[in-house]
Each structure stands twice: as structure tokens, then as C-alpha cells.
Design a protein around this ligand. Structure first.
Ligand code: ADP
Ligand code: MG
Length: 267
């Protein structure tokens, strides 16, 4: 494929007449990682919701591998290979960690969630394959020893890791990560960074939102900077960090510094 895997053009979305995303252009080359940074309220999460289909766009087009997807519902986009780890933990209570991860696979397998819930024959055939995939995903995010425990007992940072396992279980082409490192301790954050690098090596295309500019710079091939719903800079991590508009948007006058392991959402 020559073009971008994901391309958004002229994307806009308003809430109560105020634009959260306003004319955003975004493109992600296949197999690359795009960092998305910007101050709180810049529209980063809203952009992800437009791409995943959680929210319809007021204007603009979204293409996956050249195909228009902006009119498709979220589950149809998931079937095309888009998986999201949302900001804030959302795990299913009353299910184990491994069962939570399996929900991701049901989003994309032939059987689907309804067939799975009704335990129809097609589901029973696929079940062992999915269970194995879920355990592997749970292991990759560092939760192997939690696999058979209720998901709601996990600390919040680990609930985010479980969401990532669920996303991996769907074997995504495009993985959207909205602040996946928040609430993680330094060692867990490092493990997550290693996993994101590994996924990129395996050819997964990634969009990564994080407050930790150092982490994003390390993992991303390109960075897009949002402020008040607009793209104010786009380029390599070095180009973007040297951009005066980015420096102003973040800190007023000082250069953008790495937050590193002592970042602001470190607990
Ligand atoms: P970021 O993720 O960059 O912090 P968001 O995309 O969450 O920013 O929010 C961008 C703006 O849109 C903010 O002003 C926020 O209050 C507003 N917003 C986001 N989601 C909603 C919503 N569901 N309803 C109303 N306003 C929203
Ligand atoms: Mg956000």
C-alpha cells in the first residue's frame, strides 16, 4: 500500500456549538506510530472518538487504507481492524481478566458477541482459539498472574493494561491508545513502552496520546500537535519539540522538556 493507512481530512466536531475538533488533517503511514499531543481540552480524545466511530463527525472524511469509514458504526470499524484503548479504565465487572480480554476477540471473529453470549455452535468451535489468544494478550501486557482473577480487583493502571490486552486480542491493524501510561508506575510505564515498540515492529499502526512528551518522542515516528481543536504542528518528534508554537502552547515561553519517569500523572 502506498498511501496512509489512516487519513482524516477536514474533521470537525462541536459540542453545544463549540468546536472540540475543527478542521483537523491527520495521516498515519502503515506500520508507523503517530504521537498526538496537546494541552488538556485540545481535542485529542475527541479525534480518537471520531476515528473509532464512538462519535460521528460533523464534517470531514476518514479513510482506512483508502476506504471511507466515517459513516460506519463502531463495530464495523472494529471489524476492519481499528481497536481503541480509551482514556479512563473500563473493564467489565463480574468477569475475570482473561474473560475481559476475550471480549476484544469477539468484536472481530466470525461468531461475534451475540453468538458468543448465546453459546451457539460456531462460538463453541472458536472458543478455545480465542481463549488462547486472550491469555497471550494478558501475558504480553504483564497481567499473566491476574488472568483468573476478577477484573475489578485490578488497580486502575492495570485496568488500563487490561484494556490494551482486550485491544490486542482483536489483532488490530490500527491501534488507538489514549493516555495508556497514565496511572502506571515507572517500571510498568517502561514495560508498556517496550510493548508499543514491539507492536510497531510487528507492523501494527499506532496512534498514541500521552502527556509525557519524552515517551511520545521516543515511540513516535511523527507527532501531531493539537491546540483548541486545531493542528498547530506536525513533524518528526525533534521538529515538533523545537517548534515555537508548540513551546508556547505547552509552557508559555520555555522549551518543551521531557517529563520522563517523574511525569505529572505518576502516582
Ligand atoms: P483532550 O483529550 O485533548 O484533553 P477532549 O477531546 O477530551 O480533549 O475535549 C476537547 C473539548 O471538547 C473540551 O473542551 C471538552 O470539554 C469538550 N468535550 C469533549 N467531549 C465532550 C462531550 N461528550 N460533551 C461535551 N463536551 C465535550
Ligand atoms: Mg483526552
Amino acid at each position: 500500500m502506498t498511501g496512509p493507512l489512516l487519513q482524516g481530512t477536514g474533521l470537525a466536531r462541536a459540542f453545544g456549538g463549540v468546536y472540540a475538533v475543527d478542521g483537523v488533517e491527520v495521516a498515519v503511514a502503515p506500520g508507523s506510530t503517530l504521537g498526538v499531543i496537546g494541552p488538556n481540552g485540545a481535542g485529542k480524545s475527541t479525534l480518537f472518538h471520531l476515528i473509532s466511530g464512538q462519535l460521528p463527525a460533523d464534517r470531514g472524511e476518514i479513510r482506512l487504507a483508502g476506504r471511507r469509514i466515517d459513516r460506519l458504526p463502531p463495530h464495523a470499524r472494529a471489524r476492519l481492524g481499528i481497536a481503541v484503548v480509551f482514556q479512563g479504565a473500563r473493564v467489565f465487572h463480574g468477569m475475570t481478566v482473561a474473560e475481559n480480554a476475550m471480549v476484544g476477540a469477539h468484536a472481530t471473529t466470525g461468531a461475534g458477541f451475540v453468538t458468543a453470549a448465546l453459546r451457539l455452535p460456531r462460538h463453541r468451535r472458536e472458543e478455545p482459539v480465542i481463549a488462547a489468544r486472550a491469555r497471550e494478550a494478558v501475558r504480553r501486557v504483564g497481567l499473566a498472574e491476574w488472568a483468573d482473577h476478577p477484573a475489578e480487583l485490578l488497580p486502575l493502571g492495570q485496568q488500563r493494561a487490561l484494556q490494551l490486552a482486550r485491544a490486542l486480542c482483536s489483532e488490530p491493524r490500527l491501534l488507538l491508545l489514549d493516555e495508556p501510561a497514565s496511572g502506571l508506575r515507572a517500571a510498568e510505564r517502561e514495560r508498556l513502552a517496550g510493548l508499543i515498540e514491539e507492536l510497531r515492529t510487528e507492523g501494527v499502526t499506532i496512534m498514541l496520546i500521552d502527556h509525557d512528551v519524552g515517551l511520545v518522542s521516543r515511540l513516535a515516528d511523527r507527532v501531531t500537535v493539537l491546540e483548541l481543536g486545531h493542528v498547530i504542528a506536525e513533524g518528526s518528534p525533534d521538529e515538533v519539540r523545537a517548534d515555537p508554537r508548540v513551546v508556547r502552547a505547552y509552557l508559555g515561553t520555555e522549551p518543551v522538556r521531557d517529563e520522563g519517569a517523574g511525569g505529572r500523572d505518576e502516582r
